[in-house]
Design a protein around this ligand. Structure first.
Ligand SMILES: Nc1nc2c(ncn2[C@@H]2O[C@H](COP(=O)(O)OP(=O)(O)O)[C@@H](O)[C@H]2O)c(=O)[nH]1
Ligand SMILES: [Mg+2]
Length: 240
């Protein structure tokens, strides 16, 4: 759980995660929150807490999460936002899709099943989500329903393979990671996931979203140019 100002929702998310009886260890990385996130995390059972010395960003937060997960011998790693926006009840399903060895990555999609709109995702997020997904599918050649979910499962082997340290420390990290997975030739699986939008579940503001959107387009373009051998990028090194 990459956490930032998640004090009001961290415990509910954590309770529901543990109620699935399948998760061995929860890793909470607190990105120097202004609220009680770190203190609440420290009280949670089966949890490793790491606090960043300053606000390093959402991508930097995930880098720390995955490093810690590998250090703690995780075989299947599930990233979920601790803002209680995605139901942890899908963890067993997502984990079993990884353990089947059919997929190295599974996304909980808010678009499949129409949950984004049913869950009150604002139109100013929904329309760009659909547009970015459309353009990214063309540039990457994948057929995903969305690239922007905060609910993702990975295999250990995948996390060991990806050059995550080359990625941004900001929100576009999420997008760079998915395109890297495609770059290495993996198929990304998706399942439909209910989502709900309420005050604590959504803090990213309009201008940061705009920056993220352009970052996504740039990432997909670099992916395509690298595929065409027109550009070299540290994000997309030659597959071993
Ligand atoms: N680590 C870190 N996470 C952040 C920061 N700002 C926002 N987030 C997290 O980014 C995630 C996505 O933001 P959110 O506002 O929930 O977006 P939305 O749910 O897609 O509308 C949430 O889990 C936030 O806690 C930050 O500065 N650092
Ligand atoms: Mg959210």
């Amino acid at each position: 759980m990459p956490a930032y100002n998640a004090a009001q929702t961290l415990r509910s998310t954590h309770d529901e995660v543990m109620a699935q009886n399948i998760v061995d260890l929860v890793i909470v990385v607190d990105d120097a929150s202004d609220d009680e996130t770190a203190a609440i995390a420290a009280e949670l059972p089966n949890t490793v807490v790491h606090t960043h010395p300053g606000n390093l960003g959402y991508g930097a937060n995930q880098k720390t999460c995955y490093k810690l997960a590998l250090q703690h011998d995780a075989d299947i790693i599930i990233m979920v936002h601790p803002d209680y926006q995605y139901t942890p009840r899908l963890i067993p399903a997502m984990a079993s899709m990884i353990s089947s060895e059919l997929y190295h990555c599974v996304l909980g999609s808010r678009i499949l099943g129409g949950y984004a709109l049913k869950g009150q995702m604002p139109l100013w997020k929904y329309i760009p989500n659909r547009f970015l997904t459309f353009v990214e599918n063309i540039l990457t050649g994948a057929k995903l329903s969305e690239y922007h979910t905060g609910y993702r499962a990975f295999s250990r082997r995948l996390l060991e393979q990806l050059p995550l340290e080359e990625n941004s420390d900001d929100f576009v990290f999420d997008n760079q990671m998915l395109t890297q997975i495609l770059w290495y030739g993996h198929t990304i699986a998706e399942i439909s996931c209910p989502t709900s939008y309420f005050a604590q579940a959504s803090s990213i503001n309009f201008w940061r979203s705009v920056k993220y959107g352009f970052g996504c387009l740039w990432t997909a373009l670099v992916f395509r140019l690298a595929k065409m051998n027109l550009l070299k990028s540290k994000l997309f090194p030659p597959p071993p």
